[in-house]
Design a protein around this ligand. Structure first.
Ligand code: BDP
Length: 327
């Protein structure tokens, strides 16, 4: 660029900044909670969300993503978002549903057949209803992320039948519905923070855990718990949320910028997710993980009958449940 032009341009930028400062356009720093490491689809999608928000608000909103649960474990972070201590987070529907009973059905075993089925509902009317329930409880959903499908994996035993899980100590998320599910398998639920599961396997305080394949791989659980029982028992979403406290402070235009960035980050996440599932299966299999696919899921589904009964009776979940099973 020509020197004179360049100087003029720089002056204009500086003057612009002064005008910004003069008109009180301050920069707001926001804290985002995340449980996963760098490179994980959730982390990358959150970073892209942060970049897009910064761009669309001309740098007025700067979101810092704190990964690896450095700000605390998930149930704690759910409370921190509610109280406005953090502004943005990505939560799995397990711990989130304890704070918002109206979304509990999202964790029911064998409810969604796969992610495509789940997103047909979440990207439509039902998703709007879940979002409204969440917003009333302090969480504004900006994007539905893929929580994948969860299966069991064990260190010593190699389950090939649902009865093989009886008596096992199985790590679950700190969430009521997961605890109920394990009890119905005659196993012992052990609620542990995500980051403590590896130590649980090392110390032998748990026999098994359950998760999707990208988490099985990224946590290194596959090194200690090599026997995967492929049940795909829970297909559930995760949510990128901001606090209602933050939402209340945003202008209509900024809300639009946040919402668009959230929706785009969700599409990116889903795409990265599918690739990561394939990679995780390959890596763990190469490292010796053994996969036994469930042959007949019906005994497992029958065991869950009390759970379905409970949420059918519950007026906060009945309608959602009926909508999902009818389509
Ligand atoms: C992972 C979820 C994460 C949960 C974790 C768990 O992405 O949010 O905390 O499972 O099992 O798949 O705790």
């Amino acid at each position: 660029m020509h020197r004179g032009l360049r100087a003029g341009w720089m002056f204009a930028v500086a003057a612009g900044l002064l005008v910004c400062a003069g008109s009180g356009m301050a920069q707001t720093r926001l804290r985002a909670w995340n449980i996963h490491p760098d490179g994980y689809p959730v982390t990358e999608a959150m970073k892209s969300f942060a970049q897009q928000v910064a761009k669309a608000t001309q740098g007025r909103y700067q979101i810092e993503v704190f990964s690896n649960a450095t700000l605390g474990d998930q149930p704690k972070a759910v409370q921190m978002l509610k109280s406005g201590e953090i502004d943005v987070a990505e939560f799995s529907s397990g711990p989130l549903s304890d704070a918002v009973p109206g979304i509990k059905v999202l964790n029911l075993p064998f409810l969604f057949t796969d992610s495509a089925h789940m997103f047909r509902h979440l990207d439509g009317k039902l998703g709007e209803r879940f979002s409204a329930n969440l917003q009333a409880a302090g969480f504004v959903v900006l994007g539905w992320y893929d929580g994948g499908s969860r299966s069991f994996y064990c260190a010593q035993r190699a389950p090939a039948n649902i009865r093989d899980l009886a008596g096992a100590s199985i790590r679950v998320q700190q969430s009521e519905i997961y605890t109920e599910m394990i009890k119905l398998l005659d196993a012992k639920p052990v609620a542990l923070p995500f980051k403590e599961v590896l130590a649980g396997f090392e110390k032998g305080t748990i026999d098994c855990a359950e998760n999707n394949m990208p988490s099985y791989e990224s946590t290194g659980h596959y090194k200690l718990a090599k026997n995967v029982y492929v049940t795909n028992h829970v297909v559930s979403p995760e949510a990128l949320v901001v606090s209602t406290a933050l939402w209340g402070k945003l202008s209509a235009e900024d809300r639009k910028a946040f919402a668009e960035a959230g929706a785009q980050s969700a599409l990116l996440m889903r795409d990265l997710w599918n690739k990561r599932v394939a990679q995780a299966l390959e890596t763990t299999a190469k490292q010796g993980a053994q996969f036994v696919r469930v042959k007949d899921i019906s005994p497992f589904v029958r065991r869950m009958a009390p759970l379905y009964g409970k949420y059918m009776k519950d007026p906060t979940t009945r309608e959602e449940l009926l909508t999902i099973i009818s389509k």
